[in-house]
Design a protein. Sequence first.
Length: 206
Amino acid sequence: MNLNELFQSQLSGGLLNQLGNIAGIENPQQTESAAHAIFSTLMGAIGTNASTPDGANALNNALEKDHDGSILDNLSGFLSGQTEAPNSNMLNGAGILGHILGFKQGNLVNALSQNTNLDSGKILKMMITLAPVILGLLGKAKQQTGADAGGLTNIIGSVLGGQTGGSPLMGILTSVLDKNNDGNMLDDILGGGIGGMLGGLFGGNK
């Protein structure tokens, strides 16, 4: 399953407009660019948390318990509040961000804000909205592929490997996340395992 394509299909299916409305962004191109950068960043952080056996098991358990992908069945209803979530953790975007980003959250919000010329408050609203969606995508992938804890890290690795560094948004993220200052964020993420670089950035926030 290609999660990059699945995420894009969700954006095209109405999520993009909903994100713009929630965050107060009028330009859909700005919304889409920021959404893709947030998707890449949060997937990298989740991958870091899952780069150890304990972390992978914790992610696997969270997906089985709270994020089985059902959010995607009525995404508009869940995000608008018209449909009640089956559990409180499913839509707790702020809690998810705190868990996977910890004290680095502010740095990434500011980096995205500066590059997109979007207010940091708008970026944070998008991140809070997208965090449950991203876990829902992982939950759906788990359901459809039958992935166990170890398989989830492979799914996340395939997502990160499909990202490119040519866009301005990815450039600013590289400036924040590139550990060895070689201008390539992905080699730091994927070299020696998903947790190689991002482990230093997000380590200890489990």
